[in-house]
Write a protein that binds this ligand. Structure first.
Ligand SMILES: NC(=O)c1ccc[n+]([C@@H]2O[C@H](COP(=O)([O-])OP(=O)(O)OC[C@H]3O[C@@H](n4cnc5c(N)ncnc54)[C@H](OP(=O)(O)O)[C@@H]3O)[C@@H](O)[C@H]2O)c1
Length: 287
């Protein structure tokens, strides 16, 4: 590869990436919309680029760490000529379809495109527990892998450029729903004066004990028959009703729990009361 790596975007994440690349001996060229943010990087040894065109022309590898899909397209689209034949690794958080759209645009213009998703906060960059997911042009990915490995553990998820984003979004969705569980438990216990931190500790221990069941449920999904005799839809309907009633008795809304109940009721109404409750996954498919 060429001698320099260009980084577009020097927010919290772009700055951490630029610093890590310098630390590992890579020549870097940096650009940021607000030019003042580039100054400390230039002082630390990066080359400053006054424009995206200049940054794109300076390197064979361009790491994009802007805010969102719109800012990526705003700044890449006008620079097809400078980007042609280069490897663009887009580390910006996007949806899978946005990643596919940018990949299609890149392919149309001879730009070698790898989409990335960072499962880490800036302070983790460079540590093995920083997990970075990639998808898209596999040859381009392999070419820049040694560089990407300096940022954290690199994982290639597949040729579909939307895959890295999809996995990122799926794991974030799981985290989001899990933390809503914390909120519900804390709200219920606070009605008796229990400190939130105490309940959080209890939730943590309880979830840790329950987590292995996630894989058992997943195995039922893969098997696809929903007849293992595990916890049934009808059993779960009673369970969820108790949670909803208990919340309300304490003056706490059951808004997070009600959608779960609705899906179970739909399953029961369509003749699946005896099924394993995990059949609920079928209700999530939008037809
Ligand atoms: N921070 C994290 O923990 C984390 C974790 C995983 C993934 N990510 C992802 O990494 C990306 C960067 O995040 P960040 O934490 O670095 O965000 P940030 O600190 O808010 O920085 C945003 C960067 O985007 C630039 N920007 C915003 N709008 C722009 C536009 N229209 N045109 C040009 N530049 C624009 C900003 O430039 P200015 O300086 O000119 O405003 C700045 O360089 C995001 O997609 C984020 O989702 C972040």
């Amino acid at each position: 590869m060429g001698s320099s790596t260009s980084i577009l975007g020097l927010g919290a994440m772009g700055s951490a990436i630029a610093a890590r690349l310098r630390e590992t001996g890579h020549a870097t060229t940096v650009w940021n919309r607000t030019a003042a943010k580039a100054a400390p990087h230039v002082a630390a040894g990066s080359k400053g680029a006054a424009t995206v065109a200049e940054a794109a022309a300076a390197s064979d590898v361009i790491l994009v760490v802007l805010l969102d899909h719109a800012s990526v397209r705003e700044h890449l689209d006008p620079h097809i000529a400078e980007l042609k034949g280069k490897v663009v690794v887009n580390l910006v958080t996007t949806t899978p379809d946005q990643a596919r759209e940018t990949a299609a645009w890149a392919a149309d213009h001879g730009i070698r495109y790898v989409d990335g998703a960072i499962m880490a906060v800036p302070s983790m960059i460079g540590e093995p527990h920083a997990r970075l997911l990639y998808s898209g042009d596999e040859h381009a990915y392999n070419t820049v892998l040694p560089l990407l490995e300096t940022l954290g553990t690199a994982e290639y998820t597949g040729k579909d450029p939307g895959l890295a984003s999809l996995k990122d979004m799926a794991l974030l969705a799981a985290m989001d729903l899990m933390f809503l569980g914390y909120v519900q438990a804390i709200a219920m216990m606070r009605t008796t004066g229990t400190p939130a931190v105490q309940t959080a500790g209890e939730v943590e221990a309880w979830l840790a004990a329950m987590l292995p069941h996630g894989r058992e449920l997943a195995a039922i999904v893969d098997q696809g028959t929903y007849d293992t005799g595990g916890q049934s839809v009808d059993f779960d309907r009673f369970g969820i009703q108790s949670l909803i009633t208990a919340s309300r008795e304490q003056g706490i809304s059951a808004q997070f729990l009600e959608p779960h109940q609705k899906l179970l009721e739909e399953l029961a109404a369509t003749g699946h009361g005896d099924s394993d409750w995990i059949r609920i996954i079928e209700r999530l498919t939008i037809h």
